[in-house]
Design a protein around this ligand. Structure first.
Ligand SMILES: [Ca+2]
Ligand SMILES: [Ca+2]
Ligand SMILES: [Ca+2]
Ligand SMILES: [Ca+2]
Length: 225
């Protein structure tokens, strides 16, 4: 009895001096490690989700801005000054046009200056199915506005980069794979039905894991006659 009492008193003294027994400390430590690991996982997952959301939002901004800039140039055009007239099954990715400069006796005056919206391959990219410039995108293009085409004062403005080679959901097979009424359309396409000019744009980017994201936007403009 005396021995057990001495042992018991010794345990109490060890607990009293350190606050915890060795087993309690090990248990606390392992619990702490598990908790920290869980917190780290949650933080990593939420920052990954945050970066993915940011990448998606940037791409949506990009396609919206690109298409808005194209519309801002073409909305002052008229049905009779489109070259080529983008009707039929295919529309066009290169549209020449004139812009309204005034109205004479109730008749729109489109002037003589020629402008163009055109989808070109990125200058560092070739049409070869390979990512030549190593940015993770294959055969990507850029949407260009050519002001005063063919004149000495001609100037070119890139309205949107990283344009998809073909519009989202489309493959080059002569058919309308994505069901939008136009066949084999490029990543930028203009198509006319009656007085309505429809512009379509698909852009690409990479998510934080390097996967290709695509965003597509379509808008329509009512043409003047
Ligand atoms: Ca590329
Ligand atoms: Ca290429
Ligand atoms: Ca289509
Ligand atoms: Ca097709």
């Amino acid at each position: 009895m005396q021995g057990r009492a001495a042992t018991s008193l010794g345990t109490e003294r060890r607990r009293g001096s350190s606050g915890f027994t060795l087993i309690e400390m090990l248990f606390s430590l392992s619990l702490f490690v598990v908790l920290m690991f869980s917190v780290h996982q949650v933080v990593t997952q939420s920052s990954g989700a945050y970066r993915a959301t940011r990448a998606s939002a940037r791409l949506e901004d990009k396609v919206r801005q690109g298409l808005s800039r194209a519309v801002a140039e073409v909305y002052r055009s008229g049905r009779g000054v489109l070259n080529p007239d983008p009707t039929g099954n295919f529309g066009t990715e290169s549209l020449g046009f004139q812009q309204l400069v005034g109205v004479v006796d109730g008749v729109p005056d489109f002037g003589v200056e020629q402008h163009r919206l055109v989808l070109e391959y990125d200058p560092r990219e070739l049409d070869d199915g390979v990512d030549n410039d190593g940015d993770g995108l294959i055969d990507e293009g850029q949407l260009v506005f050519v002001r005063y085409e063919g004149e000495g004062r001609e100037n070119r403005v890139v309205l949107c980069k990283d344009v998809r080679e073909l519009l989202e959901g489309e493959i080059e097979d002569g058919d309308d794979d994505n069901g939008n009424g136009v066949s084999d359309e490029r990543g930028f396409n203009i198509h006319r039905i009656g007085d309505v000019l429809t512009l379509r744009l698909s852009v690409e980017g990479l998510d934080p894991d390097g996967r290709v994201l695509t965003r597509t936007l379509t808008t329509s403009v009512l043409l003047r006659n």
